[in-house]
Structure formats: structure tokens, C-alpha cells
Design a protein around this ligand. Sequence first.
Ligand code: MG
Length: 256
Amino acid sequence: MVTIKSKKEIELMREACRVVALTYKTLEEKIRPGMSTWELDEIAEHTMRSLGAIPAEKGYDIGIKGVPKFPASICVSINDEVIHGIPSKKRFIKEGDIVSIDTVALKDGFNGDAARTFIIGDVPKETKRLVDVTKQAFFEGIKYAKPGNRLGDVCHAIGEYVHSQGFSVVREFQGHGIGREMHEDPGIPNYGKAGRGIRLEPGMTLAIEPMVIQGKPNILELDDGWTIVTEDGSLAAHYENTILITEKEPEILTIL
Ligand code: MG
């Protein structure tokens, strides 16, 4: 069921999303080569808790037997890792890496969700282009995130843009509605057919999240049960915001 948020609920969504935006501001200031991904996790958790929020990914249960609950406050996925990388005291960020972070803050019963890919130092032009295209794909998609349009219009715009730039979208994971639950209906694939899917209505809050691969779209899951990597070893990037459908242009809640 797709939930339509009331005015009061929208204010609470706004606050949870503000925490996420501030968390990324802090991470952007602090991220540097030599730092462990565990340190990044600690920074994010501290920032969220100091703002009265709970890191919603910590303890998240994917519901598959034998897969442990997610142990950290952020997902950190480096280079050919696409999503769901687990922070580690033994994993260090290096010059030339691209580091995708995905995190969710829960505050007063509502969730805010966003992802960013950070470029560490100098990278080849094609790597920067991958990160830029992934971000732009989000903005291409939300051009269609207006009442009366269909969800497929957004999905189609994201997929078409990414493919026009010579990259691939991940097919097995998608964006989602968000609110009291981290993952609500509808599912929002990063490809699709225009004119299909539900009609968008004011009060819907959606997490739209292009996951883009430089090479082939195929992915693999590592033995930890969480980390998703590209099958061909090529780089991947991730960009996500929680948005609010309004009467006019969508509002991006996780950018201040
Ligand atoms: Mg996310």
C-alpha cells in the first residue's frame, strides 16, 4: 500500500531527512584517505544520535535465514561494490577510491534515506563521469515526479539517461516508498516503461536511488550475505534522496 502523508507526518519526514542531510555534511567534511570505513560509521552514528535520531540500518534484518542483522549505521561500498558494504576496522579508504555511502535516520517514528558517492582525491575522467551521471540520473528522474504522472515515467527517465551515457543500471535493487517503514510501496526500479505504474499524488514520499555500473549490469552477492559487487569488476556508483511529491515540483527532503 502506498501511504499518503498528512501535513503533520510530512513535518516529521522533513526532520528525519534533515538529520540525513546533516550526516552527509559531516561525512563529506571528514572523509579522507587512510580512514577506516568503521570510523565513517562511527561519525555517522554519532551525528544521527546527537540530532535525536536512530541509525535505522543498525540491526536491520533482511529476513533471510543465516544472514546476520546489518551490524552498522551506514552501508559503505567501495569501487566495484555496489551497495550494502559492511563497515570494517580493517578496511581503509585510499586515494583514487569512490566510496558509496547509504544511510537511513529514524526520528520520531519516521525514516529519511539518502546515498552519496564520494570521490577520494584524483580519479580518471571516466570515473568522475560515472559518479556525475549517477547523480544526474536522479535529477532526470524527478523531472517527472509530479502529480498526474505515473511512476514509470520516473523510472523510464532514469534508465534512458543512464543508458544514453553508456552505463548500466542495477536491475535487482530499486528505490522505494518511505515513511514509518524504511521500505514502503511502491518499488521504484531504475528502468521502466513511461506511462505505466501508479499515478503520483501529493503527500507521497519516495526514496529514488539510481545505482549505476560502468560496465555490464550483472551483480554478485558476497559470502557475508550483504555486500553486492559488480560481476565484471567494473566500478559502481549510488545516489539517493528522499523526495516529497507536492502539487508542483517535487521537494528533495534530504538536501538542505
Ligand atoms: Mg538508502
